[in-house]
Design a protein around this ligand. Sequence first.
Ligand SMILES: Nc1ncnc2c1ncn2[C@@H]1O[C@H](COP(=O)(O)OP(=O)(O)OP(=O)(O)O)[C@@H](O)[C@H]1O
Ligand SMILES: [Mg+2]
Length: 283
Amino acid sequence: MQVVSISSLKGGVGKTSVTTGLASAALAAGIPTLVVDLDPHADASTALGVRPGDQLDIGRMLKAPRRARLSENVVPSGWVERAAAQGAARAGSSPGVLDVAVGSAYTGIYDRPDLGRRDLRRLSAVLAGAEKYELVLVDCPPSLNGLTRMAWYASDKVTLVAEPGLFSVAGTERTMRAIQLFRQEFAPNLSPAGIVANRVRSGSAEHTFRLAEMESMFGRLLLSPHIPEQANWQQIQGAAHSIHHWPGESAKHAAALFDALLANLLAADSRPAAARVRDRVNR
Ligand SMILES: Nc1ncnc2c1ncn2[C@@H]1O[C@H](COP(=O)(O)OP(=O)(O)OP(=O)(O)O)[C@@H](O)[C@H]1O
Ligand SMILES: [Mg+2]
C-alpha cells in the first residue's frame, strides 16, 4: 500500500481536481484505491459521487481511530457503478475498487496549528485498516495546519499542486520547506513525490515563464505531464463524473494525461501498479 497526500498551502489551485483525476486513472487501471477526504469542505466526496449511508465520516473515525473499523465505514464512489455499467459489455472485466472515507466539517476540530504528536497519529491509526488498497490518496485542505500535517504523518509521499503563477510558485517553495522540517521532526521516510502544474494555459507567456521558473527551482520534482486548463472540468465535476467516463475528445485527452501522471507518480516504488497504468498509457 502506498499513501500519497495531495497538498498545497494555497486554496483553489486544484488539489481536489488532481486527487479525483488520479483516482479516475487508478480506477481505469484496476488499482484498488481509497480516497481520504480530509478537507472539511468535503469537495472530493461530492466529486466522487458518494451516497453516504450510516457509515462514520472521516472526522468521526479520527475521533476514535482504534475503533474506526475503516473497512465498514468507507463508501464506494458512484463512479464504480458507472464504470461497471460501461464495462459490462467487456467480458470478464471486474468493477474495480474505488472507496471514499467521506469528508465532513467535523474534521475541522483538528485543523489547528498546534496539533500534538498524539493527534498527528490519528490518520495513520485509521489507515491501519486500509491493507486491501494498493493506493491511498489523501485530499488535504488548503493550509499547513493540523489536518495536512496529520496527512503527511500517515503518508509515504506528498504531491504538491501549483498553478503557474507567482503566488502559487512562492507558496509551493514555502510548502517544500515545511515538508523538509516536518520530515526532520516527525517523518524521516516521507518524501516529496513531486509537484503537479495545474491549469496551464499553453498560449500564456506568463505561464510559460513560470513553468520555466518552476523547472529551475524544483528540477525533477516538477512532474510531467502538466495539466492544462480544461474548459469542461467544472461541468464534469458538477455531474460527479470521472474524467475517464466523460464523452468527447478533450476528456479523453485529459484522462490520458492523468494516466501518465499516475504512472510517473507511482514509478519509483510501486512497480506492479505503475506497470498497469503504463499499459493503459501505451494502449
Ligand atoms: N485543470 C483545470 N481546468 C479547469 N478548471 C480547473 C482545473 N483544475 C481545477 N479547476 C477548477 O478550479 C476550481 C478549484 O479547483 P479545486 O477545487 O480542485 O482546488 P482545490 O485546491 O482543491 O481547492 P480548495 O483549496 O478550496 O480545496 C474548481 O472549480 C475546479 O473545477
Ligand atoms: Mg479541495
